[in-house]
Design a protein around this ligand. Structure first.
Ligand SMILES: Cc1cc2nc3c(=O)[nH]c(=O)nc-3n(C[C@H](O)[C@H](O)[C@H](O)COP(=O)(O)OP(=O)(O)OC[C@H]3O[C@@H](n4cnc5c(N)ncnc54)[C@H](O)[C@@H]3O)c2cc1C
Length: 354
């Protein structure tokens, strides 16, 4: 009898402790990139991903840099998404450029103070550069390119250039570190009446930040195309050219067409390798991942590595002179034809952009 009573107590205790250990409040640190006084759209997508981890998730945004643009970005971050609980601002000249070494040490410092259960960044060059180094410092294994969150520790990510999806469960210690594909976590625009008050902004105490250990990389310069075209990663329409364009001179037709459509310009790796355009325009497995409303591909064969970067586009249009080109297997609209006839005709018939 006494044994049965003791067993009952033991069972109750173990159920209670199991419930307690399963029900753990989450706290997520989102690493945000900022530009011109605003945090990037992909960083807001990372907040959206953090929201899908759990309803009870306290989301902090970590920003670093210096000067007024950092302060403006912090204000933007504080009101960019209703799920943001606080913004942590790290103001230091040593952090003005997003180099992996100081950023990783900053994350290590912030994690020691905040004991976050998750750390998330968007899977762009910013996150892909910084997160693995920070994970190594924190001695955890990061999960990259997450496209779906099915539990606080269960994620879906593409493998084999997007030809298969893999469900992974994180069983390591905290923090669980993720990069997410921003195209898989679109941000729903906030209506004015749903807009909540701005989250508080706090300065990170950098007094113990080891600024002298500068690492091996050094900021040299940043060069970007002086263009008014939309950003490739977030554009509603993308016009892409492949090796079929044959030269950098001919590729200007793609740029002209994109201008008329208010679209971003993309390219295949073959077009980049041939020197038609710089590699920041490359779409695909080793380039940018895009999912615009309209993707128009000219002279693109449709290799799996290219499809890995654009197959989630809402409507795909392909123009290729080879009727058997694999791009037609994913295209919603296909035209078997010569791009050197089709593009000039489109440019001529489309109205000038106002
Ligand atoms: C590890 C790895 C990673 C890679 N990562 C990427 C990546 O991120 N992005 C990427 O794009 N590729 C990537 N690649 C390369 C990829 O395998 C292909 O080689 C590349 O995508 C082919 O580019 P393309 O379609 O422009 O060229 P091609 O395959 O040469 O195709 C050119 C197409 O143009 C058509 N064409 C020619 N002339 C005309 C005309 N006048 N009118 C109409 N059509 C015409 C042809 O019929 C052909 O289909 C990667 C490869 C590897 C191994």
């Amino acid at each position: 009898m006494a044994t049965r009573a003791m067993l009952g107590v033991f069972r109750k205790h173990s159920i209670a402790s199991r419930i307690a250990s399963n029900y753990k409040l989450l706290s997520t640190l989102v690493l945000a990139e900022h530009e011109g006084g605003s945090i990037t759209a992909s960083s807001v997508s990372a907040v959206e991903a953090a929201k899908s981890l759990s309803e009870d998730n306290s989301v902090s945004i970590l920003l670093a840099g210096s000067g007024t643009s950092l302060k403006e970005a912090a204000e933007h971050a504080a009101s960019c998404h209703p799920s943001v609980s606080q913004v942590l601002m790290s103001d230091s000249d040593k952090l003005s450029h997003a180099l992996a070494e100081p950023w990783a040490r900053l994350i290590h410092l912030v994690q020691q103070k905040g004991s976050y259960s998750h750390i998330i960044a968007a899977s762009g060059s910013f996150g892909k550069n910084i997160l693995p180094r920070a994970a190594a410092l924190l001695d955890v294994s990061p999960i990259t390119d997450v496209i779906e969150i099915s539990g606080s520790h269960q994620f879906v990510r593409p493998i084999y250039a997007g030809n298969a999806l893999c469900t992974v469960r994180y069983t390591g210690s905290d923090p669980c570190m993720l990069t997410i594909r921003s195209t898989s976590f679109p941000v729903v625009p906030i209506s004015d009446n749903a807009r909540s008050d701005a989250a508080p902004i706090f300065q990170v105490d950098l007094s113990t930040f080891d600024e002298d250990a500068r690492g091996k990389s050094r900021y040299v310069k940043q060069s970007s195309q002086n263009t008014e075209r939309p950003d490739l990663g977030n554009a509603r329409v993308v016009v892409t050219g492949g090796r079929g364009l044959k030269s950098a001179e001919n590729f200007k037709m793609i740029e002209k067409l994109a201008e008329k459509l208010g679209a971003a310009v993309g390219a295949t790796r073959a077009a980049v390798d041939a020197g038609f355009v710089p590699n920041d325009l490359q779409v695909g497995q080793t380039g940018k991942i895009v999912a615009p409303e309209l993707y128009i591909a000219f002279g693109v064969s449709g290799a799996i590595q290219h499809l890995a970067g654009m197959r989630d586009s809402k409507v795909i249009v392909a123009v290729n002179k080879d009727a058997d080109a694999p791009i037609f297997q994913v295209a919603d609209y296909g035209l078997v034809g010569d791009l050197f006839e089709v593009i000039p005709e489109l440019i001529q018939k489309l109205p000038e952009k106002k």
